[in-house]
Design a protein around this ligand. Structure first.
Ligand code: PLP
Length: 399
């Protein structure tokens, strides 16, 4: 018999499965609110003008395609550090930060997870309840036991901060705590700056290992304000991890551009940690691909292109916010009694709408509107043409 004869079918990825169903749907007014991708008002994934300009220059230069360093290009890694930690960061000046180019935010989490497993194999990893579904899978595949800390409070549609803090206060030293730095996926509920300060102190008090996941820098309030959690941890003197991604902020999903940064105690420690992280990379994929990182570095390091990108990012942020406001207004206009104003307060691409699994199913079967069964919708998939249709459909199922 075949060596694969006994292999079972793995469960479908819930979100990618949704895409397949959406693609197979023949209704012309169908809307996919399931995916975590930014679409412009024409329903297209944008290719940013700053990216186009950098790609054009790169095409003209026709650079050779040698191997990159294991950790990626210094021009890219330095640009990432400036975005995350601020260009005047003392940590950067001191050489305390290790940054490697990773295959998207996912790759950064995996390299970080694999390295942590070598550093502290007995640790438990704690993720928010709920969290991006891949968090659990990534850390479990790195060999960790994964548990949760309370996060979302359905009653307030905000963060159950008392519950979160109480849980952090009882974790064993060395536990890894994965924190969404901004634009929490899936709930859209973020911590306030004061609450971040308390999380920093809880991590210090219990000797926890913070792992900040920053996949949406620039999608809430702006590049600098969205880095507040990273900045507070930076000022704390603690060691911590940051995974970051340009998938959304540069609209470069398929190029797989992200980074893992690790804040160490000093320059000597940073060199030793980098040497170990490089071993993890070397045995996984050897070194990162060239193109996406080169494009991002070219944009971030040239003042005009950088300004262009910041303006385009602000455009995406503003459009999502307009869709939040527009949806709430359209729901009201469609006669929905329920107060949906919380959608305006939530941040980033997503909203936990509080629609039930049955209502989500009804949206799909009756209207061709696809959402995650938890009620998560992606606001960035709404546009001026489909928002009225979506609001009417939600009004119909929410009655
Ligand atoms: N972390 C969170 C919270 C995310 O929502 C995502 C993407 O959806 C990622 C990480 C991964 O991003 P990337 O596509 O760059 O791997």
């Amino acid at each position: 018999p075949s060596i694969f004869a006994a292999v079972e079918m793995a469960p479908r990825d819930p979100i990618l499965g949704l895409n397949e169903a959406f693609n197979a749907d023949t209704r012309t007014d169908k809307v996919n609110l399931g995916v975590g991708v930014y679409y412009d008002d024409n329903g297209k994934i944008p290719l940013l003008a700053a990216v186009k300009a950098a790609e054009k220059a790169r095409l003209e230069a026709m650079p050779p395609r040698g191997y990159q360093p294991i950790e990626g290009a210094p021009s890219y890694n330095n640009a990432v550090q400036n975005l995350l930690f601020g260009k005047d960061s003392a940590l950067i000046a001191n050489g305390q930060v290790v940054t490697i180019q990773a295959l998207g935010g996912t790759g950064a989490l995996k390299v970080g997870g694999d390295y942590l497993k070598r550093l502290n194999p007995a640790a438990t990893v704690y993720i928010s309840d709920p969290s991006w579904e891949n968090h659990r899978a990534i850390f479990e595949s790195a060999g960790f036991a994964v548990d949760t800390y309370p996060y979302y409070d359905p009653a307030t549609r905000g963060v159950n901060f008392a519950g979160m803090k109480a849980k952090l206060g009882e974790l064993a030293a060395g536990s890894v705590v994965v924190l969404h730095a901004c634009c929490h996926n899936p709930t859209g509920a973020d911590l306030t700056e004061a609450q971040w300060g308390e999380v920093v102190e809880a991590c210090r008090a219990r000797g926890l290992v913070p792992f900040l996941d920053m996949a949406y820098q620039g999608f809430a309030d702006g590049i600098e304000p969205d880095a507040v959690a990273v900045r507070l941890f930076s000022a704390s003197g603690l060691q911590f991890f940051v995974s970051s991604s340009f998938s959304k902020s540069f609209s470069l999903y398929g190029e797989r551009v992200g980074a893992l940064s690790i804040v160490t105690a000093d320059k000597d420690e940073a060199a030793r940690v980098l040497s170990q992280v490089k071993r993890v990379i070397r045995t996984n994929y050897s070194n990162p691909p060239t193109h996406g990182g080169a494009v991002v570095a070219a944009v971030l390091n040239a003042p005009e292109l950088r300004q262009m990108w910041e303006d385009e990012l602000a455009g995406m942020r503003d459009r999502i916010r307009a869709m939040r406001v527009g949806l709430v207004e359209s729901l009201k206009a469609a006669g929905v009694a329920q107060d949906f104003s919380f959608v305006i307060e939530q941040r980033g691409m997503f909203s936990y709408t509080a629609l039930s699994a049955a209502q989500v199913e009804q949206l799909k079967s009756e209207f061709g509107i696809y959402a995650v069964s938890t009620g998560r919708i992606c606001l960035a998939a709404l546009n001026s043409r489909n928002i009225g249709y979506v609001a009417k459909a939600i009004a119909s199922v929410a009655k």
